[in-house]
Ligand binder design. Structure first.
Ligand code: DGY
Length: 322
């Protein structure tokens, strides 16, 4: 009897994949660094029952239509804006993501990015490594305080709440904006709900955690950066396209805001020549929000668990519902 085929779009460590090989036919892209080619995906999806995808793979209607036997797409991310979920569901394909298990790890990274930007950690570390440190001086690489400042979190999902929890340890005033109020989180974390405009005006750190949807596309543009404090630091660890990058660049260049910590970009990977990367007050990371060994391992296991369940006709653990 033909074994059920699982198509994996990136090379994963053998320890995760080998135990599945007795039961399933595994077809896996052969590179850890490079994304699977569209031709490979189109060819291999034809007889696959499950597609294990990365957030960088465009899982569009065309690809889904080719997957005549496809039952499940398991995305290695909490975000699923790379997948046409509506088209998948119309074809009876279940879409799964990896929420919750990455919240603390992503919050750790986001808070580190905020701190690195505020305290100029990357600039300072390079300064020492490049042998530029010749004397101590009072304002050498002086940054901005984090403690007792105001953090404004746009998008108070599980990750937003985990960031707020970290902010309590720094005695920060916590503001948030979300589609719906989070009364329990307000109580537990001492967070205050604000409308979007007053949040961006009053925050020292504006942290963007909102998912990318047609409604949030370009949410942070020219007028939003103009409304922020000139001392504000903008942090984005959700999706690049929530920000108008030209407007961000202009705001940083003319000093409308003080700095930006960015884990995500409109086009990933961002070109090393991008003007945002030339600015000393920008800390840029390669979309590593959930990238700890522990969490990525748990995410891979969860994707396989979801695939196994759907193939067995059971309810997956974390189905995307739109
Ligand atoms: C995700 O999983 O969607 C996030 O981008 C984590 O980095």
């Amino acid at each position: 009897m033909n074994r059920v085929k699982i198509l994996i779009t990136r090379k994963l460590p053998e320890e995760f994949v080998n135990p599945l090989k007795d039961e399933y036919e595994i077809v896996m892209w052969n590179s850890e660094e490079q994304p699977a080619s569209i031709d490979f995906l189109k060819k291999e999806v034809e007889d696959a029952s499950a597609l294990f995808s990365m957030l960088s793979d465009p899982i569009n209607e065309e690809l889904l239509s080719l997957g005549k036997k496809l039952k499940v797409v398991a995305n290695l991310a909490v975000g699923y804006d790379n997948i046409d979920v509506k088209a998948a569901n119309q074809k009876g394909i279940t879409v799964c993501n990896t929420p919750d298990i990455l919240s603390d790890t992503t919050a750790d990274l986001t808070f580190s990015l905020l701190m690195a930007t505020a305290r100029r950690i990357v600039e300072a570390a390079e300064y020492v490594k490049q042998g530029k440190w010749e004397s101590w001086s009072p304002f050498l690489l002086a940054g901005r305080d984090i403690h007792h400042k105001t953090i404004g979190i746009v998008g108070m999902g599980k990750i937003g709440e985990a960031i707020a929890k970290r902010a309590t340890g720094f005695d920060m005033e916590i503001l948030y904006y979300n589609r719906s109020r989070k009364l329990e989180a307000e109580e537990r974390l001492g967070a205050h709900y604000r409308d979007f405009d007053s949040l961006i005006k009053d925050s020292d750190f504006v942290v963007c955690m909102t998912p990318f949807t047609p409604e949030t596309k370009g949410l942070f543009g020219e007028s939003e950066f103009r409304k922020m404090k000139r001392t504000a630091i903008f942090v984005n660890a959700s999706r690049g396209a929530v920000v108008d990058e030209d407007a961000l660049l202009a705001a940083l260049e003319v000093g409308e805001i003080a700095g930006a910590g960015l884990d995500v970009f409109v086009k990933e990977p961002i070109s090393g020549e991008h003007p945002l990367l030339k600015l000393p007050n920008v800390v840029a990371l390669p979309h590593i929000g959930s990238a700890s060994i522990e969490t990525r391992s748990a995410m891979i296991e969860l994707c396989f668990e979801n695939i196994r369940r759907v193939i067995q006709g059971k309810q997956p653990k974390t189905e995307v519902k739109i």
